[in-house]
Design a protein around this ligand. Structure first.
Ligand SMILES: Cc1cc2nc3c(=O)[nH]c(=O)nc-3n(C[C@H](O)[C@H](O)[C@H](O)COP(=O)(O)OP(=O)(O)OC[C@H]3O[C@@H](n4cnc5c(N)ncnc54)[C@H](O)[C@@H]3O)c2cc1C
Length: 356
């Protein structure tokens, strides 16, 4: 049976919307992508994110399905990045060099507790997922972590430079001749898009509006995240570093040109106003405690956005005839999106088979 081409509207040009538009236009479907803001400067959480793809680091704080979907995504990302690069665009900087978790000597129980929780959640299989590094082992992997004598190495984890991925996806979506409609806030109905200019019919509508879908996804809430980007030629991390601390959460994700993304706060709020003094002090002092050379780092950017989350922090994938809603990716968009996109592709395919 031949799979017919569908006329599909995707609402939301953030992470999910772009990935869906890229994959589905690449399969020959006619895609129209609607975005309330501009495609060059997205309003969504995707733009603020650190881009970590870290199922094990997240496992301790999240429900098991997030971990399982995350493992699927970890398998998908390398192939997708390869496909994006095949077109000769600029590199999107995907790296699978693992992550390292550390704690200051006075907080060592945090590291121990994290390790125990991994063991409890992964069972007998757990030992192959992490390695406790001592002294020179840690120094060999990350010489700039000289203040720490132990670290937990999660070798399978990855990260992607979202600031490179998002424009790369847009280039591919355009190459596939999808229609791009920016500055067009929409509402989503089965087979129908409503906007200021009236309504348009489609075979399928996919609602990927993140927090913009609050009218349609019950219990959707915003979780504010604040991030700083610093630049220093003195510190060279090879992979994301997480500092376990009784008060703050801190990660440091190295990027090209001596830049490091530092994050992130997690505040139950929809507030999109600039970073607070308190948050910037907490992030800065936690960072300084990792290495004193950070004192001279330059703060080159701060980012604030709200993660779209459901009440149980699980993603939502809801389907009815003519309409799919995908939302609630919370702090796991990059971790979950490829696996969810594949589920949506399968659902569309099954639906199409039913109607042919
Ligand atoms: C500070 C921070 C750090 C993060 N770090 C990570 C990380 O390291 N790893 C990870 O996996 N995840 C991370 N995340 C989470 C990740 O960014 C989100 O889960 C992801 O962006 C959600 O994708 P989305 O496409 O559903 O929503 P969004 O990325 O928010 O995109 C939604 C899009 O829909 C558009 N829109 C809204 N309303 C309308 C409308 N009515 N009509 C048309 N368009 C509309 C918006 O403008 C936006 O472009 C982080 C988030 C934040 C805030």
């Amino acid at each position: 049976m031949v799979r017919p081409e569908l006329n599909i509207a995707i609402a939301g040009g953030g992470l999910m919307g772009r990935l869906l538009a890229w994959r589905l236009s690449g399969k020959g479907h006619a895609i129209t992508l609607f975005e309330s803001g501009s495609f060059d400067m997205p309003l969504g959480a995707c733009h603020a994110a650190a881009g970590m793809i870290a199922p094990l680091s997240e496992l301790v704080h999240c429900p098991l399905p997030v971990y399982e979907l995350g493992l699927q995504s970890l398998r998908i990302w390398p192939q997708w990045v390869k496909e994006l690069q095949l077109q000769g665009g600029s590199p999107v900087d995907y790296r699978q060099s693992g992550s390292i978790l550390v704690a200051h000597p006075q907080d060592r129980t945090e590291l121990l507790q994290f390790q125990q929780e991994l063991i409890a959640r992964l069972g007998s299989d757990s030992q192959r997922h992490f390695q406790l590094l001592e002294g020179s082992e840690l120094e060999n992997l990350e010489p700039n972590l000289e203040r720490f004598d132990q670290g937990l190495y999660l070798a399978s984890e990855a990260d992607i430079d979202n600031r490179k991925l998002l424009p790369a996806l847009l280039i591919e979506i355009k190459r596939h001749k999808a229609q791009l409609r920016e500055h067009t806030p929409v509402e989503c109905l089965p087979g129908e898009i409503l906007h200021g200019g009236g309504s348009e019919r489609f075979d399928y509508v996919i609602d990927a509006r993140g927090l913009g879908a609050r009218d349609a996804v019950k219990g959707l809430r915003g979780v504010r995240g604040e991030v700083m980007v610093v630049e220093t030629p003195e510190i060279h991390f090879q992979r994301p570093i997480r500092l376990l601390h009784p008060r703050y959460q801190l990660y440091a994700v190295p990027r090209a040109h001596n830049q490091i993304v530092i994050g992130a706060t997690e505040i139950e709020s929809d507030d999109l106003s600039p970073i607070s003094l308190r948050s910037s002090m907490e992030l800065s002092s936690a960072l300084y405690s990792v290495h004193p050379a950070f004192a001279e780092a330059r703060v080159i950017e701060t980012r604030v956005n709200c993660r779209p989350a459901t009440m149980d922090n699980l993603p939502v994938l809801k389907k009815e005839p003519g309409l799919i809603r995908v939302n609630g990716l919370y702090r796991h968009g990059y971790l979950l999106a490829p696996a969810l996109v594949q589920q949506i592709e399968t659902q569309l395919y099954q639906q199409t088979l039913q109607v042919t």
